[in-house]
Design a protein around this ligand. Structure first.
Ligand code: GLC
Length: 720
């Protein structure tokens, strides 16, 4: 269908039918739906008629080739003009083959693997009848109390932007000629990751300068990569709910950024304009949201109940409605649905493709690249013949897929126990749960202590239940549950070597864990192949190389704590400075326990000195910054070399350093490689107080190192 044909179709539609295209309902509303589909928000009575359903434009949370074909077939019979449904779902880190949660994926710093994970997810989802995924989520977050950090790619806007592009390429690619893809939908627009006090759905308030410098780049990166849709955020932004925020959506997104794709509300966010206190009733909510540019209302019925009335009353012009409908029809056309309403849905292919061995292998590989080694005192890798035991609530748990792993199934998941036994090729591994996640019995404890006593090395599998993070999973105490800390301390008191492996969705306060463990691995929620991936790391089939993309606070009292902070007028020069009147705490350091970019290896990497090809850069030139990195260890390994730059004086304050490049290199034992980064004037641009995006003449410092604590640099001058 071309543009003209879509206009002809639009002109045939009644007002009611046009409004129907703006409605998205969950699967149970549809004739022929067999299961509940994915319900991810509060349900409410929407008093819809069957005619309303027959006019509906899209379905939330349906999947399965059989199910979606059935629903679509029924709909094509019932819908007067034969306008096909769009099927949209949350395929965030895998469809049925579940990859690590995105915060884990981001610790790989590997764009190729991230893109591949999205491509595999799209392939499995598309043969299962899904057309659109509500991903990537690119909300920058410096807030570990917030449950949804697990869905983000961390605290840095450059890294977030790189991952945004990779995920869009993987999910969607070029819709017109790639097969087995789905349209992507970047979310949550905007700045959902900065809720006050780390509480979900809470107030977001920041200057436009801060918004543009840190929080907006990743959304823009996704759209520049061709992302077809945008989802609004639940939060207010500078006093106005994002979902009714004309300045944010009409002026910035559609005006300044020229986005002409489909904008969908998050679940219920249109009707939530009422509790937010910017709409008195559903009718006013409909008027505000549609005027602000929201095309599809997810799971509430303000549009279907009031848009016609608003148009008849002259409070909304039909052109605004026509615009929204046209964008939705254009997306259906791009997906080829007018030619083939079933697109790639295919039961036979679904059988062959979903959970294919090569998909599992990709998930296992990415998981090994996402697991971060935080501490290792002559303990790992495990040595042959060591007398091991596996203890803790996550030793046998299948709850290692993490939030937003919807179609992922326990029965497909390789547990830690099974992965380790397979790697050790022994069924003899003593296993004891020790306690539940948040409570435990004396008997569980004593069984675990006895098990530990009979081993030399205890592998302790601890963490958060997956519903302790994710949407609405916010915590003010970001330590492990008390009972797990007690178990750890009692086992440590036995004098055994303790390897603590963590399954969690956020940076935690790990002081007690680090103090009582000889080695610590951050496994996040490693996904369907998690057990095998962890075993690969423990027995050194894979040398750990992952690096943190979010700072781990020393204490939740430091939050927000992040690497690219401003210096203040009274920096605490050295971590142990005693001078009182500096920007510091009386009872804690300023630095996080583990900084952005941190992660150990079984090898050691020695960094030489930074060398610059010149100490002067002009507006059209470039400087090469190089460094030699040597693997001084006994094992081959990968090292993520990071380039940071500091602008020593700006028109506004500038961070003490900013990530400006990174490269993962492979080094054989004793091998040295020279890593070279190119620096251009463009990388030195920033938002000035008047929101102009430009660079200034002046001095800059270049750091290249293994994490963001690097602070020995070389200086150059920008001359314009
Ligand atoms: C949820 C989430 C959003 C998700 C949507 C549909 O409330 O905020 O990320 O895509 O509903 O499930």
């Amino acid at each position: 269908m071309d543009h003209e044909q879509r206009v002809t179709l639009l002109n045939k539609m009644t007002l009611r039918e046009k409004v129907g295209q703006l409605v998205q309902l969950a699967t149970p509303f549809f004739k022929g739906a067999s299961d509940q589909g994915e319900i991810t928000g509060p349900m409410e009575n929407m008093n819809l008629s069957y005619e309303d359903i027959e006019d509906t434009g899209s379905v939330l949370g349906a999947s399965g080739a059989k199910e979606t074909i059935h629903i679509q077939k029924q709909h094509m019979k019932d819908n007067r003009l034969g306008i096909p449904l769009l099927f949209m779902s949350d395929i965030i880190h895998g469809y049925k083959t579940i990859f690590p949660v995105p915060l884990g994926i981001s610790c790989s710093w590997d764009q190729n693997l991230a893109e591949e994970s999205a491509r595999i997810a799209a392939k499995e989802a598309s043969v299962s009848g899904v057309h659109v995924t509500f991903a990537p989520m690119v909300d920058l977050s410096r807030e570990p109390r917030w449950g949804r950090v697990m869905e983000s790619t961390g605290e840095d806007s450059l890294l977030n932007s790189d991952f945004a592009r990779s995920f869009v390429r993987g999910f969607q690619g070029d819709l017109s000629n790639n097969s087995y893809n789905v349209a992507s939908c970047v979310k949550h627009f905007a700045a959902y990751g900065a809720p006050e006090a780390g509480r979900d759905y809470n107030t977001v308030d920041m200057s436009e300068w801060m918004l543009r410098e840190y929080y907006l780049p990743a959304y823009k990166a996704a759209l520049d990569e061709g992302c077809e849709m945008v989802m609004t955020a639940f939060n207010i932004l500078n006093g106005i709910p994002a979902t009714g925020n004309k300045k944010l959506m009409r002026d910035l997104l559609r005006g300044e950024w020229n986005f002409d794709g489909v904008l969908i509300s998050d679940w219920g966010a249109v009707k939530e304009l009422i509790p937010h206190g910017v709409a008195e009733d559903a009718k006013q909510a409909a008027q505000k949201a549609l005027t602000a540019g929201v095309d599809i209302e997810m799971m509430t019925s303000c549009y279907v109940n009031y848009v016609e009335e608003l148009i008849h009353e002259g409070k909304l012009n039909e052109e605004t409605l026509n615009e929204a409908v046209s964008r939705i029809l254009a997306l259906k056309d791009k997906l080829g649905l007018f030619d083939n309403p079933y697109r790639f849905a295919n039961e036979k292919e679904e059988e062959e493709i979903v959970l294919a061995p090569e998909h599992r292998n990709a998930a296992r590989k990415l998981a090994t690249k996402s697991i971060v080694l935080l501490k290792n005192e002559q303990t790992l890798p495990l040595k042959k013949g060591e007398n091991l035991s596996l203890i803790g609530p996550f030793s046998t748990s299948t709850d290692i897929l993490g939030p937003w792993s919807w179609k992922g199934a326990s029965e497909d998941t390789v547990t830690f126990e099974n992965g380790l036994k397979a790697a050790l090729s022994s069924e003899e591994l003593p296993v004891a749960k020790g306690c539940n996640i948040e409570d435990g019995s004396e008997e569980q404890f004593s069984e675990a202590i006895t098990t530990a006593e009979h081993s030399d090395v205890v592998i302790l599998a601890l963490g958060e239940e997956s519903d302790m993070s994710g949407e609405a999973g916010c915590r003010v105490d970001i330590r492990l549950p008390e009972v797990q800390l007690e178990l750890l301390k009692e086992i440590k008191a036995l004098g055994k070597k303790v390897v603590t492996v963590l399954f969690n969705g956020r940076p935690l306060d790990l002081r007690e864990v680090v103090e009582n463990s000889d080695a610590v691995l951050e496994a996040w929620y490693p996904g369907t192949e998690g057990g095998n991936a962890l075993a690969d790391i423990l027995v050194a089939n894979v040398n750990p190389s992952a690096k943190l993309t979010m700072s781990f606070p020393y204490s939740v009292g430091q939050v927000p704590v992040y690497y690219n902070h401003f210096n203040t007028g009274r920096p605490k020069e050295a971590p142990d400075a005693q001078e009182r009147f500096a920007s510091q705490y009386l009872d804690a350091p300023n630095e996080p326990l583990f900084p952005f970019g941190f992660g150990l290896s079984y090898s050691n990497y020695h960094y030489g000195e930074v060398s610059l090809s010149s100490t002067q850069l002009n507006a059209t030139g470039q400087i090469k910054a190089s460094i030699d990195v040597t693997n001084t260890g006994e094992m081959a390994g990968d090292e993520i070399v990071q380039l940071y730059i500091r602008d020593l004086a700006g028109e506004v304050v500038r961070p003490v350093k900013e990530l400006k490049g990174y490269e993962k290199i492979h080094l054989e034992p004793k091998e040295t490689k020279t890593v070279t980064f190119t620096i251009t004037e463009e990388q030195l641009r920033y938002y000035h107080s008047d929101l102009e995006w430009s660079s200034d003449e002046g001095n800059f410092e270049v750091y290249i190192g293994s994490n963001s604590k690097v602070n020995v640099g070389k200086r150059f001058e920008l001359i314009k």
